[in-house]
Design a protein around this ligand. Structure first.
Ligand code: ZN
Length: 411
């Protein structure tokens, strides 16, 4: 497979009736953080164009970058780094434990299990778990914690292998992975093969409604191929004989859906209600997405203008959080060393590296004390509360925060 491929048809239903929503330009990989010895080299850049399927309503990007390029050995993301993600997992598992009678003969599988941040809560209750994750670093960390983890991409083939070994799951968790797999159909078919007849897949995906309404264009990146609504998710599961049984809307990652998918049975009232809400808002039609490109351009202009004003007043500005969405936001808006001095991040792996494209240096969070800025631009705006809490001392000294999305504002 070549490094990048333009899709000719919908990832969900195969239709060729794709309509462009927005082009964000030709951008570097959101997690392609550079070492200093790479600064004299050009980095890979790929188009980031988004389309809407006029048949199944699935929103998706038009290019697929090879997973080996996206999720190589250098992949930096460790789930446990974010307290919000771990808190969400803890609450999710408490609810599942209350609903299902799980014991030592049960099996809970997580796809994209990362460092075991979620499965650990089942393990505390003596429930057998299996993690699946293609990134060797986080998987090794999970193994160290005693959580069996297969270093692999999940799909039809792996599901078949597990089924042949007699491993079937009572619960399969898949958080923020369904939208990231190149073979969407193989993934969903594999889910069906992995579940016990009365098992349930609990799938979390960012909600495209929140993305559009909050102008969260920075959550669009090459790793993230599909952007689901209840309409498009239901169509996808139905295509592979699965039932979308229940839906919850949850606040994580700027707004997500938690989808409960089973092999049989009927949808409960939550599904019909969400479908009705989506129809009323127009999510099943292109018109809902039509103004998005214009709103992205307006947000970008407003943010750059605000930062320029602060800079003109003599403020030193630093970016907080070298998140994937930060790479996209900084590159789409063209915010580089002319506006920001540096970026800080809690992940030691990222410190000493540079943000792709705009090439801002990434330093430890302690730099805020050592080399104090006046303003922090919060890049992972979805965890603003967490960051503001952590930076109480900065704020007490008169430090200010800029929140970029859904509209740039000073806190
Ligand atoms: Zn489609």
């Amino acid at each position: 497979m070549s490094v990048v491929r333009h899709i000719k048809s919908c990832r969900g239903c195969g239709s060729e009736r794709l309509q462009r929503v927005v082009s964000l330009g030709t951008l570097p990989l959101s997690d392609g953080f550079l070492r200093s010895d790479q600064l004299d080299q050009a980095e890979p850049r790929f188009p980031l164009d988004v389309a809407f399927c006029l048949d199944c309503t699935l929103v998706q990007i038009e290019y697929t970058v090879a997973p080996e390029v996206l999720f190589g050995a250098d992949y930096p993301y460790f789930s446990s780094v974010s307290e919000t993600v771990v808190d969400n997992a803890r609450a999710n598992i408490a609810a599942r434990l209350a609903e299902h009678h799980l014991g030592p003969k049960s099996l809970v599988v997580e796809i994209a299990s990362n460092d075991g941040y979620l499965l650990q809560f089942y393990r505390e209750h003596g429930i057998p778990v299996l993690g699946i994750d293609p990134a060797p670093g986080p998987a090794a960390e999970a193994q160290r914690r005693g959580i069996e983890t297969l270093v692999a991409f999940f799909g039809r083939e792996l599901a078949r292998r597990l089924a042949a070994e007699g491993r079937a799951a009572d619960i399969v968790h898949a958080n923020n992975v369904l939208g990231h797999v190149a073979d969407t159909g193989g993934f969903v078919e594999g889910l069906g093969m992995l579940l016990k007849p009365d098992g349930v897949a609990v799938i979390e995906v960012p909600y495209v409604r929140d993305l559009v309404e909050k102008v969260a264009f920075d959550t669009i990146y090459h790793e993230h191929l599909c952007y689901f609504s209840v309409h498009s998710a239901m169509a996808l599961f139905r295509r592979y004989g699965l039932v979308l049984k229940r839906v919850e809307r949850i606040p994580i990652h700027g707004g997500s859906l938690r989808l409960f998918v089973t092999a049989g049975g009927a949808a409960d009232a939550s599904v019909e209600q969400m479908l009705a809400e989506e129809r009323a808002a127009g999510l099943d039609r292109f018109d809902f997405y039509a103004g998005f490109a214009r709103r992205v351009a307006a947000l970008s202009d407003a943010l750059v203008t605000l930062l320029q004003q602060l800079k003109a007043e003599g403020a030193r500005i630093v970016g907080y959080g070298a998140a994937a969405k930060g790479t996209i936001l900084l590159n789409v808006c063209g915010i580089d060393g002319r506006l920001l001095d540096y970026v800080v991040d809690r992940n030691p792996w990222k410190c000493g590296r540079f943000v792709p494209g705009v090439r801002l240096p990434i330093r430890a969070v302690a730099e805020i004390e050592r080399d104090p800025p006046d303003v922090l631009l919060i890049l992972p705006w979805n965890i603003t509360d967490e960051i503001v809490r952590q930076q109480a001392a900065f704020r007490a000294r008169g430090g200010r925060f800029v929140i970029p999305v859904p509209e740039p504002r000073i806190l």
